[in-house]
Design a protein around this ligand. Structure first.
Ligand code: UD1
Length: 373
């Protein structure tokens, strides 16, 4: 059957890739649907991009926009211009897009949504409605703008639905579908545990912590970053830590001359960003995850691993109300207290939220197939 519906699926940065993998698989089961995969190039390093395509079996993008890094305005503008051109070309060729699907909250998500919306192409937002209510976070601006112009809003947790309804969206356009990031986790966790990552880092299951840190709010101010690194160094005296360092964080550590704090902490193993399977191998067998990442908050909850979230707020409240997360802000005392609970097995036990069941992408595909007849 010749496809009658053409969806442009946009991916740009690391956390997008594990979200698009199950969506592509689910959509491609429908013979009347075609997916045009577009990589904006917001992330371009091998270990922030290519490795995820290889490990998750994502096919080569149909279009690579190659926008690269830049200020927020430049990166957003470059993606907007490139996506606009693509939509116009598709229209001129007589192969218009039925809708543009964007995932998550990175600059590429918002930019593609704006370009599509202004050309009257319906926008589908996967992971809609999440709100930290902290407008100093670039992602919060991306979420607000993207949702305000999206036509179909697909939520990963009930708070997303509540926020969108409170903002005036019509209930018929808002759907709780579950969490596509957890689809990928469930699909890959057995294979991930078979990796040799623990041996490679000299770790024993259940006897180490995983740390990630990359939010501008945590890493862009010298005093804040210094305080966090000092706390990590202290923790690592009790529990070995693996710290895969994001390029933004690495460059700030160098710029603020803070490397000495980590060098003086032999229990803290600083490594390059990890691929998906190595990362999941480590997190799934960790005693604790200490992070400011949205994705890791959710993954820890799905895995039942304690997650001490180095943020004052979260747009993913279910990770704290039902899951294994606790908001720590950047309080050294609270981190120490919660860590002691974890180490003495007194930390709370979480549960996996409803619809984080590995089938979110299948529900999304069903909805899209029915909606765009
Ligand atoms: C972006 C997302 C953030 C997401 C994170 C995951 C936005 C606003 N932020 O943040 O929501 O949690 O990705 O990683 O979209 N760089 C490299 N190699 C790359 C890409 C970037 O070295 O492949 C460096 C560049 O110096 C760049 C900096 O990292 O300026 C920041 O990259 P950028 O994509 O702007 O934001 P992230 O901090 O990665």
């Amino acid at each position: 059957m010749t496809p009658t519906k053409r969806f442009a699926l946009i991916a740009g940065a690391r956390p997008n890739f594990m979200k698009i993998a199950p969506i592509i698989r689910a959509l491609e089961r429908y013979p009347d649907l075609e997916v045009c995969l577009i990589h904006t190039g917001q992330h371009y390093d091998k270990n922030l991009s290519d490795v995820f395509f290889q490990e998750l079996g994502i096919r080569r993008p149909d279009v690579a926009l190659g926008v690269g890094s830049g200020s927020h305005a430049k990166q957003t503008a470059d993606v907007m211009v490139a996506v606009e051109n693509l939509i116009v070309e598709a229209n001129e060729k007589g192969q218009p897009f039925t809708a543009v699907i964007v995932v998550g909250d990175v600059n590429s998500t918002m930019a593609a949504a704006i370009a599509a919306s202004k050309l009257h192409v319906p926008v589908v937002h996967v992971e809609a409605g999440l709100r930290s209510r902290d407008r100093t976070m670039p992602e919060e601006i991306n979420r607000l703008v993207t949702d305000s112009i999206s036509d179909l809003l697909l939520c990963s947790e009930p708070a997303g639905v509540e926020n969108l309804i409170a903002e005036g969206h019509s209930a018929e356009n808002v759907h709780l579908v579950g969490n596509v990031m957890i689809d990928t986790l469930m699909n890959e966790v057995t294979r991930a545990k078979e990796q040799k990552t623990l041996e490679q880092f000299g770790l024993l299951a259940g006897q180490y912590g995983v740390v990630t840190l990359h939010r501008p709010g945590n890493v862009d101010e010298p005093e804040t970053l210094k305080g966090i690194l000092q706390v990590l160094a202290k923790i690592s005296e009790k529990l070995p830590l693996v710290f895969p360092v994001h390029p933004r964080t690495r460059s700030r550590i160098d710029q603020f001359a803070l490397r000495g704090i980590l060098d003086a902490a032999p229990g803290c193993r600083v490594v390059d960003p990890l691929g998906y399977l190595d990362c999941l191998c480590l997190t799934s067998q960790a005693k604790v995850v200490v992070t400011d990442s949205g994705g890791l908050q959710e993954e820890s909850t799905a895995l039942g691993v304690p997650c001490l979230t180095l943020r004052p707020n979260t747009e993913r409240p279910i990770t704290c109300s039902e899951g294994t997360g606790t908001l720590i802000g950047n309080s050294a005392d609270l981190l120490d207290l919660k860590l002691r609970e974890v180490l003495s097995d007194r930390y709370k036990i979480g549960k996996c939220p409803e619809l984080w069941d590995g089938k979110a992408a299948v529900r999304i595909a069903e909805l899209l197939s029915a909606k765009f007849r």
